[in-house]
Design a protein around this ligand. Structure first.
Ligand code: FES
Length: 277
């Protein structure tokens, strides 16, 4: 449900805050207007614009899927003025939310394929809604594989969610960090290297990836070596966005606007664009 004035945010309250890591917090927001709370919906991969009154606004993806929509949830890394202000929020504080905007991961086209999620760093926040959506519509897909990498064990988000995912039927979860510690029982190494070690079958599998540009670049290379074709690789470029509305020009790459044409793209669509994503 969208406002008729595209710049007018819906008012929402912070109802829960969870500290994921030293610089990432997950926030649950609840709309003040009861009707909106019931009717507001989105699709995994879409984004919203969160306003902190008197400070500014920023683009975030929905961290929870449309199948778990009692709240709007975002996981936010502290990286600048607006996100620092968001990290100062307390339960009961008021924010503005606009959206949903953008396209979504085309689950309807994935059919009964296997799903391979590859997330680097805070990219896991953009993929969480899709991971949970696929869990909630589990019978529609084959095997689900999740490869999630972070800098260190301290930087792993969603530790409780990961346990849930690991305990789900026909789901394989692989965790890796660049640098481990004595307690770390999972893998150590860069995502593209671990991906190649895992050697997932490319046949009948869609790879859904999100992370920092350098990780995406080498993950694409690894996927190609594993036999994945460009039409079976999907990514989200949400990190490029600022206004989210086609006004600021910040998200322009070659002939596409991430906010208007995406943020979700198959690799086939973005292959050959300037190397900026
Ligand atoms: S984010 Fe401003 S034009 Fe796309």
């Amino acid at each position: 449900m969208q406002n008729t004035n595209i710049y007018l945010p819906h008012i929402a309250k912070v109802v829960e805050i969870k500290e994921e890591t030293q610089d990432v917090k997950s926030f649950r927001f609840e709309f003040v207007e009861l009707k909106l709370r019931e009717n507001f919906t989105w699709k995994a991969g879409q984004f919203l614009i969160l306003s902190i009154f008197g400070v500014g606004e920023a683009v975030f993806t929905f961290a929870n899927p449309q199948t778990r929509k009692e709240f709007v949830e975002c996981s936010i890394r502290k990286v600048g003025l607006v996100t620092e202000a968001i990290h100062e929020l307390e339960v009961g504080d008021t924010v503005g939310i606009r959206g949903p905007y953008g396209n979504w991961f085309p689950f309807e086209e994935f059919g009964s394929k296997n799903l391979l999620f590859v997330a680097g760093g805070i990219g896991i926040a953009a993929l969480r809604s899709s991971i949970e959506y696929s869990m909630d519509t589990r019978n529609d897909y084959g095997k689900i594989t999740i490869l999630y990498g972070a800098r260190s064990p301290m930087d792993i988000c969603y530790k409780d969610k990961i346990v849930e995912w690991q305990n789900s039927d026909n789901v394989e979860v692989a965790l890796t960090v660049d640098r481990g510690n004595d307690e770390w029982k999972h893998r150590v190494g860069l995502i593209p290297t671990i991906l190649k070690e895992m050697n997932p079958a490319a046949e009948n599998t869609v790879a859904i990836i999100c992370g920092p540009p350098i990780m995406i670049k080498f993950t694409l290379k690894a996927l190609s070596e594993l036999g994945f074709t460009n039409d079976n690789i999907v990514t989200t470029l949400e990190m490029k966005m600022k206004c989210g509305l086609g006004k600021c020009g910040r998200c322009n790459i070659g002939n596409i606007y991430v906010c208007k044409d995406g943020p979700v793209f198959s690799y086939e669509q973005i292959e050959g664009l300037p190397d900026e994503y």
